[in-house]
Design a protein around this ligand. Structure first.
Ligand SMILES: [Zn+2]
Length: 127
């Protein structure tokens, strides 16, 4: 959906100008993310008509920084969370530089559940 300037500004400020997911400042090049995707898992396909056009609504949009929006793509939130929580395992398996950095103590792993900024905000608000 095409947002009006006031709608886009209201969305940008939904979490105080921070990305709904990582909590970093949105900056100028932020995206309006469909929380529930209008299309799922369409990597590499020629885009056809949206599978869920009914989800193209203002109340289904989240302000997201470009890296989060691109990384989330059309995934369900829990699938994206799981993918991120498995990142250490992927690095251990696939990345010799990461394994070397661990051996030499150049990086410290913090294995903890992913809690998105909008979830932390809701917890603080007591919702
Ligand atoms: Zn982000």
């Amino acid at each position: 959906m095409k947002l009006t300037k006031p709608q886009r500004e209201a969305l940008r400020m939904k979490f105080g100008g921070l990305c709904a997911y990582c909590g970093n400042p949105l900056g100028d090049r932020w995206h309006a993310d469909h929380f529930e995707a209008v299309r799922r898992n369409d990597w590499g396909k020629v885009p056809g008509p949206p599978e869920h056009p009914e989800r193209d609504r203002l109340d289904n949009l989240m302000p997201a920084c470009a890296p989060c929006n691109i990384d989330k793509h059309s995934m369900k939130l829990e699938d994206w969370r799981g993918q991120m929580e498995r990142s250490h395992d992927v690095l251990h398996r696939d990345n010799g530089t990461y394994r070397r950095m661990l051996r030499y103590g150049l990086v410290l792993e913090a294995r903890r559940p992913i809690v998105f900024h909008f979830e932390r905000s809701a917890m603080r608000a007591g919702a």
